[in-house]
Write a protein that binds this ligand. Structure first.
Ligand code: 5RP
Ligand code: CA
Ligand code: ZN
Ligand code: ZN
Length: 213
């Protein structure tokens, strides 16, 4: 099977995929799961093995239905000037949220509940009263995807495109793989070795763009 086919199959089974965006972009490998199937052990893997920021990317129509803004558009502060971001026009950050049935919001149980409920809500966004189910601020970052891969090619959009292709709700949790030795991004070689060790799919952003754009 191609890397893309293996990644799509993994998502259908609720399994994670390692996604490298591009060497000339962030140059990061994210551990990515379909949000709806995330369990507490998956959150533990993200914080222990990946180590980056745990974020849920929502497809644009889902974020629109929930009236979730780009946070940069909401901030009236000079720090919200992204003129020099470098690798992209703007970050995809929206609000941070907790599911209302969480306590502190940060435990593996609490974050898994917030993430999986965001995934379930994305299956039928118009049926969800977002503010009845979630509160902001919280401990899970929400990312707003651009309309398509033609508009932006971040992990946000690559993950959402993979979810759509797999026929699962268009919400994915992403977390950067960091190197515990250097503190920098985990190298592509080390990320591939991690994927092999755990029998996880690994896919290049360029392969997803070729197959799904
Ligand atoms: C949030 C990030 C990550 O890089 C994440 O992959 C989403 O960003 P992008 O869509 O720009 O790749 O910075 O932790
Ligand atoms: Ca670690
Ligand atoms: Zn990224
Ligand atoms: Zn990043």
């Amino acid at each position: 099977a191609t890397a893309v086919a293996s990644a799509v199959a993994a998502f259908r089974d609720g399994d994670p995929v390692l996604v490298h965006d591009a060497a000339d972009r962030e140059g990061e490998v994210d551990l990515v799961y379909p949000a709806a199937s995330v369990e507490p052990a998956d959150v533990a893997r993200m914080r222990n093995d990946a180590g980056g920021l745990v974020c849920v990317a929502l497809a644009e129509p889902v974020a629109d239905a929930f009236e979730l803004p780009f946070v940069v558009d909401e901030l009236d502060h000079p720090a919200a000037d992204h003129g020099h971001l470098g690798y992209d026009d703007r970050s995809s950050f929206s609000l941070t949220v907790n599911h209302r049935d969480t306590y502190t919001g940060i435990t593996d149980d609490d974050r898994a509940l917030t993430i999986s409920e965001l995934g379930r809500a994305a299956a039928d966004p118009d049926a969800v009263a977002f503010a009845d189910a979630f509160r902001a601020p919280g401990h899970v970052h929400v990312l707003r995807a651009a309309p398509s891969l033609a508009d932006r090619q971040g992990h946000t959009e690559l993950g959402v495109a993979l979810a759509r292709e797999a026929g699962v709700p268009p919400a994915v949790v992403v977390c950067e793989m960091l190197d515990d030795e250097t503190g920098g991004a985990l190298s592509v070689d080390d990320a591939k070795a991690y994927a092999d060790r755990h029998d996880f799919a690994y896919v290049e952003g360029s392969e997803l763009l070729d197959a799904l754009q």
